[in-house]
Structures are given as structure tokens and as C-alpha cells.
Design a binder for this molecule. Structure first.
Ligand code: NAD
Length: 307
């Protein structure tokens, strides 16, 4: 199996890269190192520094490597940046992705796409979990660009027979997580708790409440979903990768505080404009078994940040 992995120097991509190399898949990592780091790349991995917006560069890499599968993790991943610079977000997440899609069509490769369940469904009411049948209601430019590229994948499948799996991740956490990404709160808390700096629970509605509710999923579960998709074992085309469990920022803060035996103070902050109050996904049944419990995943993450 020949896998071209974009974003393999990033948080999630580097864990996928580790797993692909463990399996002995021939893997080529493409990344422009804009938010990823060289030290995240697994030892011995084949790496091509390349911006996916460079159409000629993308075509050349595909012609040379001729992947069976493209695992597309590279993206502008910050909701805040997408709001400030929507054109830049769309340039990478839509136009860059289309360049990959054209190149994949030309060599007959399948695509696995890292989309976002955390942002695409919008507000999820209390006691409910969004399943794949929910109509996406993207609000941020980031969610709009991810959903736009999902639609290109549907279009290219109908028009050109390009096979694709769309994985809509919930809030992913784990070792190597970057505080600036889509769901950086675990990384932000872990760093501050380690250094004894205060942390803050931003309000969901009013100052002093327990904060927004999110569906936190371990990067290990996200890697497992990617491997199944890369192996062509996932049907249908769109799948949620979440846990179905909602956790408030306050619960997350206290759990990490305990795990890290931290002396940091836990305080409260104002609501951040634009934050969804509640986002919880119903995991696709094929991906719902054997998920890493939050306490266990946080222990692994805390141990990594402690180092
Ligand atoms: P990350 O920022 O750690 O990884 C993204 C990688 O893409 C980085 O290595 C970066 O250098 C690379 N990249 C960015 N722009 C590029 C470009 N123009 N050309 C080539 N490489 C480029 O983020 P992550 O959290 O690992 O996210 C991986 C994927 O998962 C992204 O597509 C993201 O949108 C998606 N996602 C993440 C989460 C989450 O909770 N972290 C949730 C939903 C979806």
C-alpha cells in the first residue's frame, strides 16, 4: 500500500504517520511545516516539504510516488485565523485541497479526508448528539471551507468515480497537540498546569458557569479510524469520529488538574464570542467500540506534556 499523507508533521498527521510506518506501508509525507514540526516526523519517514497550494509541485509528487491512497490531514486548522483571514483559510482548505483531488483523480488514488464534526454541525442541543444525517450548519469560515471540500469529494465521486472517505472528527486531544489548533484547550491547560500557571474556564453563557461542552476524543481513536479508512474498510462515505460523551471545560480542567497533581489555580473567564455552547457527535457505529476513556487519554497526554 502506498500512502501519500499530507500534514504528517502536525499533531494528528504525525500519529497517523507513526501507525503507517509501523504497518510497513510505503508512506510519503507532504507538509509545508507552517504549523507542523520536523521533530514530529517519524524517524526514517520519507518527507517532501511542499505547500499543497503549489499545483505543479503537487502534480509532480503524485506522478512520481503514484499513491494508492491520499490521507489528507493538512489544513489551516485555526477557527480564529479563519475568521480573521477567510481568504487564506479557503486558499489552503478549499483550493489547496482541490489541487490534491485533481492529482488523486489523475493517478486513480482514493482519498481519506480529515473534516470536522466539531465545527460543521453548529450548535448541538442538550441531550442530543449530532449524527451524520444532521444537516451541517457551518458558521466559521473554517467550518465552511471544510464542508465545501466535502462537497467537492461528493462531486468528484459522482463525476469522476474518485473514491473518498470523509472523517468528521470531534475535539481531538493527545501527545504533540498544538495549543493553536482547532481544539487546543487540552494542550493549553496541560502546559499551564505543568508550570503552575493559572487556568481559566471561559463561560458557556454566564461568568462562573462550567464552560462549553465538547466531545473529546483521543488521537489514538482518530488514528484507528484513519487506518480503517485507508484500508478501504469503512462504508459509508461520511463518518463521525467522536465518543458521544459531552464534557464541560470545567470537568476537563478539574480532571487534568488532578491527573497532573497541579498547584495551578482554576479561575473563570468571559464567554468567547463565536464559541459553540455545545458540540457532541454520535460516533459512527463501526467506530464506537473500544474508545479510549477520557481519564486514560488525559493521563497519556499529561505524561507527554510533563516530559
Ligand atoms: P496541525 O496544525 O497540527 O496539523 C496540520 C498540518 O498541516 C501541519 O503539519 C501543517 O504544517 C500542515 N499544513 C498546513 N497548511 C499546509 C499547506 N498549505 N501545505 C502543506 N501542509 C500544510 O493540526 P491537527 O490538529 O493535527 O489537524 C489535522 C487535521 O484534522 C486538519 O485537517 C484539521 O482541520 C482536522 N481536524 C482537527 C481537529 C482537532 O481537534 N485537532 C478536529 C477536527 C478536524
Amino acid at each position: 500500500m502506498r500512502v501519500l499523507l499530507t500534514g504528517g508533521a502536525g499533531f494528528i498527521g504525525s500519529h497517523v504517520a507513526d501507525a503507517l510506518l509501523d504497518r510497513g506501508y510505503e508512506t510519503l509525507i507532504v507538509d509545508d511545516l507552517s504549523s507542523g514540526r520536523r521533530e514530529n516526523l517519524p524517524e526514517g519517514a520519507e518527507f517532501r516539504p511542499l505547500d499543497i497550494r503549489d499545483g505543479d509541485g503537487v502534480q509532480a509528487v503524485f506522478r512520481e510516488f503514484r499513491p494508492d491512497v491520499v490521507c489528507h490531514q493538512a489544513a489551516q486548522t485555526s477557527v480564529a485565523i479563519s475568521t480573521r483571514e477567510p481568504l487564506r483559510d479557503a486558499d489552503i482548505n478549499v483550493l489547496g485541497s482541490i489541487r490534491l483531488l485533481d492529482a488523486a483523480r489523475d493517478v486513480g488514488a482514493r482519498i481519506v479526508f480529515a473534516s470536522t464534526g466539531g465545527a460543521i454541525y453548529g450548535e448541538v442541543p442538550e441531550d442530543q448528539a449530532a449524527d451524520e444525517q444532521w444537516l451541517p450548519k457551518p458558521v466559521s469560515p473554517y467550518a465552511c471551507s471544510k464542508y465545501a471540500f466535502e462537497n467537492y469529494l461528493h462531486g468528484y465521486r459522482a463525476e469522476h468515480g474518485v473514491q473518498a472517505t470523509i472523517l468528521r472528527y470531534a475535539n481531538v486531544y493527545g501527545p504533540r497537540q498544538d495549543p493553536h489548533g482547532e481544539a487546543g484547550v487540552v494542550a493549553i491547560f496541560a502546559r499551564r498546569l505543568k508550570d503552575g500557571e493559572p487556568i481559566r474556564i471561559n463561560a458557556r453563557r454566564a461568568l462562573g458557569d462550567d464552560g462549553c461542552v465538547r466531545d473529546y476524543i483521543s488521537v489514538r481513536d482518530v488514528v484507528r479510524a484513519n487506518l480503517l479508512a485507508i484500508d478501504g474498510k469503512l462504508e459509508p462515505m461520511v463518518m463521525n469520529v467522536g465518543t458521544g460523551i459531552g464534557t464541560s471545560t470545567g470537568t476537563l480542567a478539574r480532571e487534568l488538574h488532578k491527573t497532573m497533581s497541579s498547584r495551578s489555580e482554576i479561575g473563570h473567564g468571559a464567554r468567547r464570542p463565536g464559541d459553540l455552547e455545545r458540540s457532541v457527535l454520535r460516533p459512527h457505529p463501526d467506530l464506537a467500540q473500544g474508545l479510549v476513556p477520557l481519564a486514560e487519554g488525559l493521563r497519556e497526554t499529561a505524561a507527554w506534556f510533563a516530559r
